[in-house]
Design a protein around this ligand. Sequence first.
Ligand code: QAP
Ligand code: CO
Length: 168
Amino acid sequence: MAVLEILEFPDPRLRTRAEPVEAVDDSTRELIADMFETMYEAPGIGLAATQVNVHRRLLVMDVSEGATQPMVFINPEYEVLDDELGEYDEGCLSVPGFYETVSRPQRIRVTALDREGESFTTELEGLAAICLQHEVDHLDGKLFVDYLSPLKRQRIRKKLEKDQRRRA
Ligand code: QAP
Ligand code: CO
């Protein structure tokens, strides 16, 4: 297992659209294990493969108290079950230090493959529904800052660019 490097906004690689996972094999399961280690170490509640520079449609999340419910979604597809939007202060491991309010549907139905490559369907609500949509956005090259005003997005970009220059 390994903690992977997380790409940070405005890295252009975060804009890559991920391709479907063709076969769920041992290398996929190794990536999943590394992604969980990376996410729990941060700590975070969700991580998409895009964020660790792997452009395949795979994400991990754990929104439970005490990080006891790891969830894996490979090639996820979701439909919105209830058009009512809810607001949540979202953060992102690729946008460290910033939390901003985003509105999204609160109830979805997701179909995906599990770590054995078996298809499953589940309904998610609340934080789990929000987190899954946030992570699927990553697989499409989208970030939560894209929902903010251009001014807010630019402020975040400038600050993170400065942090990144300081660390380089
Ligand atoms: C996505 O985000 C999410 O700024 C997962 O300094 C978050 O795990 C979906 C984190 C909220 C819905 C609601 C962020 C860790 C973790 C930071 C995360 C930070 C350290 C973010
Ligand atoms: Co994120």
